[in-house]
Design a protein around this ligand. Structure first.
Ligand code: NAD
Length: 480
């Protein structure tokens, strides 16, 4: 498979003719060669996006724009089997997750924001004096979406859908490891009649092509999801042109289990919280904080469940744990496992590379560490893999203090039957999302984003609209 850039409604090779390989992490086969863009390609994409913004896209009525975005979601579902397969072969996640969770969630995201397109408006303002003063809520212009490899399609949808609904045009820069579904999305946009230049896709290494987008004077906003250190670099890089930025960054999310919880439900939440998406989930419940009173018994059960969850062929519909996304990421996970052992944490499940019987692929056993203390590296740094760190606590205040003892603040969960305690803890947790007696539930209508070094800005929901529009005040003199 050879994949080109998508600029101004057309497929084209990169200006320098270079390509980068895309590897299926479950088989280690190269499944595609994807164009590696140059400055000239970035300039062409920016020019196309600007022309579409000033031209056909800007001239379309908000309602017609909404209808095109709706159709994009509809067509995505019509092609769901094929798109889900692409997502699985470049990322390694189980086809069950791609087909039944990620693709439908992406389609729903387009249809949710399609509904907003003709409901974004200004207001009249009761000013002093004889004036008519009103506001216009206007699009920003050209947006660049820089997307990571863990949810390549969904995290693209979270940016493209609100950007288009608000009237912007967009350039998508998928992660080098997982560019296939963003390219398919651009093709679908074209199929449903979204004008040329509204959705463009530029592929290539982030350190080069991503940086070009961040510094480009023709781009008005960067919507980024990825590593916290990359996000900090983007903030610095965008400063010279004062671009708007939203950053969705890493996490080390605490999953707090009190002794009075429904422990069977908490057990399911503890395991799916870390093993769903192979733990390559920014909101993964990677710190399991457990009440001392039940800790040993609870961790025994978590470890037993982990031992039963063997990874399998991601294309098998029964598989629930797929391949780690890349060799580099597998090495990263194994390195953290060694660090945990050397710092004195107790390995109670997994800990090694797994083989699904093919002798190929980057598979890892679901891993659980007990006896983790808050100072240990695996309690502080994001691993971004199926590795759980169990930490005990004595009482409610200690649970809250340990949960908040992190530079991150993306998500958190609390498991208890005590309704007062649940809401008390929810208010005290420094996190953009708090789940009570559940984990990893999302909806396009609910905002998602970070506190502290997990970033700023919110994706999904009406709050996302703020980040893709700007407000203009218009004053009319009514004095006679
Ligand atoms: P990454 O930061 O390396 O890459 C993300 C994207 O940025 C990719 O498209 C990459 O090509 C691009 N990029 C890399 N260097 C760049 C640069 N200098 N300038 C501009 N763009 C650049 O992150 P990753 O390894 O792909 O993803 C894993 C990380 O992302 C984890 O830390 C995870 O927690 C985080 N993440 C956060 C969320 C969230 O919603 N908060 C979601 C998914 C992933």
């Amino acid at each position: 498979m050879r994949k080109q850039l998508f600029i101004n409604g057309e497929w084209r090779d990169a200006a320098g003719g270079q390509t980068i390989p895309v590897v299926n992490p479950a088989t280690e086969d190269v499944i595609a060669e994807v164009a590696s863009a140059e400055q000239a390609d970035v300039d062409a994409a920016v020019a196309a996006a600007r022309a579409a913004f000033d031209g056909p896209w800007g001239k379309l009525s908000a309602r017609d724009r909404g209808q095109l975005i709706w159709k994009l979601g509809e067509r995505l579902m019509e092609r769901a089997d094929e798109i889900a397969r692409l997502e699985t072969i470049h990322n390694g996640k189980p086809i069950f997750e791609s087909r039944h969770i990620e693709v439908p969630a992406a389609a729903e995201c387009f249809q949710y924001f399609a509904g907003w397109a003709d409901k974004i408006h200004g207001e009249t303002v009761p000013v002093k004096g004889n004036y008519l003063t009103y506001t216009l809520r206007e699009p920003l212009g050209v947006v660049a979406a820089i997307v990571p490899w863990n949810f390549p399609l969904l995290l693209t949808a979270w940016k493209v859908a609100p950007a288009l609904a608000c009237g912007n045009t967009i350039i998508i820069k998928p992660a080098s490891q997982t560019p296939l579904t963003a390219l398919a999305l651009a093709e679908i946009g074209h199929e449903v009649g979204i004008p040329a230049g509204v959705i463009n896709v530029i592929t290539g290494p982030g350190s080069k092509v991503g940086q070009m987008l961040v510094e480009h004077p023709g781009i008005d906003k960067i919507a980024f999801t990825g590593d916290t250190s990359t996000g900090k670099g983007i903030m610095k890089g965008a400063a010279d042109t004062l671009k708007r930025i939203t950053l969705e960054l890493g996490g080390k999310s605490p999953n707090i289990v009190f002794a009075d919880a429904d422990l069977d439900a908490a057990l399911r939440g503890a395991t799916t919280g870390i093993f769903y998406g192979k733990g390559e989930v920014c909101a993964a419940g990677s710190r399991l904080l457990v009440d001392k009173a039940i800790k040993n018994e609870f961790i025994d059960k978590v470890a037993a469940r982990a031992r039963k969850m063997a990874p399998g062929d991601p294309l098998d519909p029964k598989t629930r744990l797929g391949a780690i996304s890349s060799k580099k990421q597998l090495e990263n996970d194994l390195r953290y496992i060694e660090i945990a052992k050397s710092e004195g944490a107790t390995l109670v499940a997994g800990g090694s590379r797994a083989d699904i019987g093919t002798g190929k692929g980057y598979f890892l056993q679901p891993t659980v560490f007990d006896g983790v203390t808050p100072a240990m590296t695996i309690a502080r740094e994001e691993i971004f893999g199926p590795v759980l760190a169990a930490i005990e606590f004595g009482d409610v205040d200690e649970a809250i203090a340990r949960a908040n003892d992190s530079s991150y603040g993306l998500a958190a969960a609390v498991w208890t039957r005590d309704i007062k305690k649940a809401h008390y803890v929810a208010r005290k947790l420094q996190a953009g999302t708090v789940w009570i007696n559940t984990y990893n539930v999302y909806d396009t209508a609910a905002p998602f984003g970070g506190y502290k070094q997990s970033g700023f800005g919110r994706e999904m929901s009406m709050h996302a609209l703020e980040h893709y529009t700007q407000v203009k005040s218009v004053w009319v003199d009514l004095n006679q």
